[in-house]
Design a protein around this ligand. Structure first.
Ligand SMILES: *Cc1c(COP(=O)(O)O)cnc(C)c1O
Length: 392
């Protein structure tokens, strides 16, 4: 591969030329079942006609003008997002990290308005919030931070899925203004908290006057079987961030807010040149409309439940398999040992998967996954994992 690129990624020895649905073809013409969807990005699969048509049409109409003017497609997307999420206002950026940066700035500005000069945001161990300085400082993974010190201050870390630790922090500190948390941790290993965790976070935030900020960059856009993961819990955050699946691969990020938080930013307090431009906004609207019209969140819920059950059955009693967990089409298979080599072995077998937190196989297939494809996924993966566990 070319030396012209900075070596920020350990790339696998494959290059893709085209895709269709859940399938990808490499430059040699080999076909792969994509059970990663560009890391939870291509929820509608590859080359979806609705996204293709939206992009082609918009490219021939208007791509960019800037946020100095009214942007019709951004307004339309905002209206649709508000309607479908129960939030009140939205700011658009171009990535997940930018969406979280907006949320962090919003929480700080909100705090300063209330007279808190040194605001702190509670974050959790094992979290991932991005690679910019503020978001890597919020991230609960030393590997992401190492070498980039001094980190951004103002984050207080507690273990994930630990209400007691939050109560202790609440009792000992007066400068906490928000909790920033993933409803299910993605990069951290598909960590599903206790069923009442998100509801209890909501209750604590209400009691303390903190903002509940959900990072739904990975869990959002139907991934867990609802448009947003917190909709499973009947919990409404004050701020929610979206990106990955929002425009099926066209770069976009969104920070949505409601209540007091929705009115925090004013002219000049935040901005983005590209954010919410007509092309990206049009693609995102096509995604939201397709999810709604084709009932794809329910589909992800149903096929995800089948997939998880099938994986639990096939691995039941298998020494080396610790747990199969997740929600909808966000599934982790935890092994008792590091299993990064499985990614390359799966690639050779024509299957794209990911391993995160060293020993958790992560599956994030497109939401359009059909039964026969899900069966093929289980069959291929079962063989690979069994062989790995027997020979490792
Ligand atoms: C991927 C991810 C991010 C960062 O998104 P980028 O678009 O890579 O900046 C933030 N939070 C979560 C939960 C993610 O999964």
């Amino acid at each position: 591969m070319s030396d012209s690129l900075m070596a920020t990624y350990n790339r696998l020895p494959v290059t893709f030329a085209r895709g269709e649905g859940v399938w990808l073809w490499d430059t040699e013409g080999r076909r792969y079942l994509d059970a990663l969807a560009g890391i939870a990005v291509c929820g509608l699969g590859h080359a979806h006609p609705a996204v293709r048509d939206a992009l082609c049409e918009q490219a021939g109409t208007l791509v960019h003008t800037s946020n100095l003017y009214g942007v019709l497609e951004q307004q339309r997307l905002g209206d649709l997002l508000i309607e479908q999420t129960g939030m009140e206002r939205v700011f658009f950026g171009n990535s997940g990290a930018e969406a979280n940066e907006a949320a962090i700035k919003l929480a700080r500005l909100h705090a300063h308005r209330k007279g808190i000069d040194n605001p702190a945001i509670l974050v959790t161990e094992g979290s991932f919030h991005g690679r910019t300085l503020a978001t890597l400082s919020a991230t609960g993974n030393r590997k992401v931070q190492a070498g980039f010190e001094p980190l951004v201050q103002g984050f207080v870390r507690v273990p994930y899925d630990d209400i007691e630790a939050i109560e202790t922090a609440a009792a000992n500190r007066s400068n906490i203004v928000a909790i920033l948390v993933e409803p299910i941790q993605g990069e951290g290993g598909i960590n599903v908290p206790a069923a009442d965790y998100n509801a209890r976070l909501r209750a604590i935030c209400d009691r303390e006057g903190w903002l509940l900020i959900h990072d739904e960059i990975q869990t959002g856009m139907g991934r867990t079987g609802r448009l947003l993961a917190h909709q499973h819990d009947g919990v409404q955050p004050d701020v929610v961030t979206l990106a990955k699946g929002l425009a099926n691969g066209v770069p976009i990020g969104a920070c949505l807010a409601r209540g007091e938080a929705a009115d925090t930013f004013g002219p000049g307090s935040h901005g983005s040149t590209f954010g919410g431009n007509p092309l990206a906004a049009r693609a995102a609207r096509a995604v939201l409309e397709t999810l709604r019209d084709e009932d794809l969140c329910s589909h992800a819920d149903t096929i995800g439940a089948w997939l998880m059950e099938a994986l639990r059955e096939t691995f039941a009693g298998t020494p080396g398999v610790v747990e199969v967990r997740g929600r909808g089409l966000m599934i982790g298979i935890e092994l008792d040992r590091p299993c990064g080599v499985l990614v390359g072995q799966a690639l050779e077998a024509g299957l794209l998967i990911n391993v995160t937190a060293e020993r958790v196989i992560r599956l994030l297939p497109p939401l359009i996954l059909q039964q026969a494809e899900a069966e093929q996924l289980v069959e291929t993966l079962t063989g690979l994992v069994r062989r790995f566990l027997e020979t490792d």
